[in-house]
Design a protein around this ligand. Structure first.
Ligand code: GSH
Length: 217
């Protein structure tokens, strides 16, 4: 198994957490330096035409799996313990919905290709890009916090066991740190993120623990 990764990538952080929770260690972790634009090089484009990480090549060597949520659900289906989705359809819909707020509504607005497009084609300076990213983080965390007030929330996003929604929540929190978003007003969000950070599978997968990460942001 080969994982295409980079310390700063929030989508790859999600997959790293899932791999750790399932007790799977990839044979190889291939670094794709997003800050140098390596995701756009021909060799990587052949792996993932979207020019984004993560991508996961399985032992059969077939085409890479792509998109973090699809990869996490694949891992959950092939390694059912511990389960990352609840058994009941309604619970699964809630966990997928929370996950998609992060991975589909919020995260795509702050990725390098969007930030670079704003800078190069719309003359955003660094401060404007920073403000843009903060805005979309706060919008998502506000929505998440409201959902987390539901009685379905427990120690974690959905009940008392870790689900895919928690994986996504952790990635949202790591991204919020990149842009100095104050998450303290969001009590449920902060409480759950703190609980998750104490879990080894989350701590080991954290961006700041990966090769190439700076000591401080
Ligand atoms: N929806 C995708 C997002 C993938 C994505 O955009 N990854 C970022 C890093 S977190 C990336 O590689 N971006 C490259 C770019 O924007 O140029 C997923 O969840 O896997």
């Amino acid at each position: 198994m080969k994982l295409f990764s980079f310390w700063r990538s929030l989508a790859t952080y999600r997959v790293r957490i899932a791999l750790n929770l399932k007790g799977i260690a990839p044979d190889e972790v291939i670094q794709v330096n997003l800050m140098k634009g390596e995701q756009r090089e021909a060799a990587y484009r052949a792996v993932n035409p979207m020019m984004a990480i993560p991508a996961l090549i399985l032992d059969d060597g077939g085409p890479a799996l792509f998109e973090s949520l699809a990869i996490i659900e694949y891992l959950d289906e092939t390694h059912p313990n511990p389960p990352l989705l609840p058994r009941d359809p309604r619970g699964r819909a809630r966990v997928r919905g929370l996950s998609q707020i992060v991975a589909c509504d919020s995260h795509p607005l702050i990725v390098p290709r969007v930030r670079e497009y704003l800078q190069h084609d719309f003359a955003f300076d660094e401060a404007a890009v920073h403000k843009w990213c903060q805005h979309w983080h706060v919008a998502a965390i506000t929505a998440l916090e409201t959902h987390l007030q539901d009685k379905a929330t427990g120690r974690y996003c959905h009940g008392d066991t870790v689900t895919m929604a928690d994986i996504c929540l952790a990635s949202q929190a790591a991204g919020a740190k990149y842009y100095a978003v104050d998450t303290t007003p969001f009590a449920n969000f902060t409480r759950i993120v703190n609980a998750l950070s104490a879990i080894d599978a989350f701590a080991r997968a954290h961006p700041m623990q990966q090769p190439g990460a700076p000591v401080n942001l």
